[in-house]
Unconditional design. Sequence first.
Length: 628
Amino acid sequence: NNEVICVFISLQVGCILDKCESYDPCCAFPCKHSAICTTLKDDYECDCTGTGFYGRNCEYGYFSTYVTDLFRPSRSTLHHYMTNYSLLWKLVNNISWLQKKLMAVVLKIRTNYVYEPSPYVGMDSYPTWDSYINKTVYARTLPPIPQDCPTPMGTKGPKTLPDIKVLRSLLFQRNKFEPCPMRTNVFFAFFAQHFTHQFFKTNTIKGMPFQWGEHSVDLSHVYGHTIQRQHELRSHIDGKLKVFETNGEVFPPLTESANVTMSGEKLMRGRKFAIGHPGFGAFPSFFVIATLWLREHNRVCDILKDLHPDWDDERLFQTARLILTGWETLKIIVEDYVQHVSGFHFQLSYDPEILHKSTFSYNNQIHAEFHILYHWHMLMPDFIELGEHVYPLKELLFNVDPVVEIGMETVLKQLSNQFAGKVVGGRNQGPELVAVVELALKQTRQMRMCSFNKYRERFGMKPYTSFEELTGETEVAALLRNLYYDIDALELFVGYFVEHRRNRQVLGATMLEMGAPYSLKDTKSGVFGNPIGSPAWWKPSTFGGEVGFNIIKTTNLKNFICRNVKGCPDISFKVPQDVPYNSVEGKSSSPNTGIADVLISLTRPQVAQKSQVKELKREEKTNEKSEL
Ligand code: HEM
Ligand SMILES: *[C@@H]1O[C@H](CO)[C@@H](O)[C@H](O)[C@H]1NC(C)=O
Ligand SMILES: *[C@@H]1O[C@H](CO)[C@@H](O)[C@H](O)[C@H]1NC(C)=O
Ligand SMILES: *[C@@H]1O[C@H](CO)[C@@H](O)[C@H](O)[C@H]1NC(C)=O
Ligand SMILES: CC(=O)N[C@H]1CO[C@H](CO)[C@@H](O)[C@@H]1O
């Protein structure tokens, strides 16, 4: 009988009979079309429910599946239409009902792939009630690769996965800065980092899959993640937040006036600011965007107070928070941010009403695969131009004073005129940040995430058949073949970032086709999955009445910045067309510190490499001396 099983398994995976050991048949992923594989005593079973296919391995399609497929345009066809024919789209964008109809279609296509609530949470390979209610863990889209398989990726690829340090230096490390061909600017990079850290909050003590966020766009990075922190940051007058004023500008309060802990406080140079997210003192990126949201909050409070003189501090605060979350964050994210990333000529819109007639779940979970996807550190250049200086990144670590001294108007203009890096294609992550790659790869492996191709299949894309097809070139493809042998064994994190950039887009096809459903439904949390967009919430009274609703309704990135920054600088997520690429890279020759290493050791006291922190402090001292 054992021999029969052995033959059966060997047939499944094509292993050589005399070397055949018995292992979980699900290791070979015998079920097609992302059907669920369950191990039985001497066998396995595929659950084809909802796939549109049937048969032992869900290999046969129902007639209706083929017919639907016939009429469903492929991803590349859709992409072609959305990013070509700009004149036609201008017309469509101008016809309100048509634009709305199409937006509903876009959402339907995009959100179909992410299930909320996800049956899989953390390291679970099957659904449980305990995990469903456990918010301290990231959800996931595909269950982990079974344990004790012939290879780490199942049955394909090498017996041990490539060394993380080798992957880092061969595939990720930047030699020469490559600007984003879609003219993405550094302001976008700052905005992305600030925005995503409100819901990507890995628990650094317990590690993956634990996290400390609320699985949603909740602006906890502005208001604090605990009620105590929130109250420390509030002035308790007219709903407003505490501020620090200097040079005629408003900034977040100093830690002397808002008693909250900020991580890395001992390393901070210059003034210490108190911000909702405890990690946001680390870099000016957080500080610049935090300043914008703080100013907007207090501005909205003034408007509300004017409309409702009878409202107390609490109601003004709470309503302003909903306005900033519901309208403004979500609207800017869909209409400016996702619009830029998508490269579509079709104008996306944040209009929750279009979903109110359909069955749409407002439940939300952050998926670990989305967390891994969003490691866009390639966006960051090696130097940032602020005022008269070109700062190497390390000089801005825990140093936000330059922003205060130079002033927001100049800073925003400069950030908007500087090119961010190209995200995909590989080998464009600066030496200061490349250490994060190691962390992310460790996390992917610890979560036993399925291969890149499995995820492509799960999100309705054809698996790649060669490394060349994936990268669109031969050099990186050859490296990958040496490391992984088989395209089906390629790790998710690596696949995301070595894939070739799609024509007219910032990202690769897979990152966009997976990122869109995650962000619209799930994480950004669920821009559309946010409770604020649900039928009982989405009405003027939630936002202080019709007048308040309408004032806010017109928000976009441009006017959001205009009304909060002196001089009304014209800022978008792209470098303006008339600004040529002017490389500031290589303008300073001081050695790198590996600031990501410093931060990682800081947030993980249990693995702290104290030497690096000391090194940084020593450098800081010599810098001070040389300035004297
Ligand atoms: C100066 C710029 C940046 C520095 C120094 C930096 C550094 C780091 C470090 C050290 C980590 C690991 C944190 C930990 O778990 O200990 C991390 C995580 C992460 N970074 Fe960045 N990063 C930068 C810019 C960006 C940008 C532009 C993005 C764009 C979206 C980004 C997205 C993320 C995400 C999503 C994580 C995972 C967060 C988590 O697990 O909680 N980072 N970064
Ligand atoms: C949009 O339509 C309005 C009239 O409804 C027209 O004035 C405007 O020029 C149109 N814009 C474009 C870009 O077609
Ligand atoms: C959530 O799950 C983790 C791991 O299974 C467990 O340690 C933790 O106690 C759970 N939390 C709650 C609130 O049940
Ligand atoms: C700040 O808060 C901590 C605890 O959160 C408390 O021990 C300390 O006394 C507070 N300091 C001031 C000045 O209020
Ligand atoms: C006119 C134009 O922009 N055509 C583009 C349409 O899209 C294809 C790829 O899908 C491009 O190759 C064309 O240049």
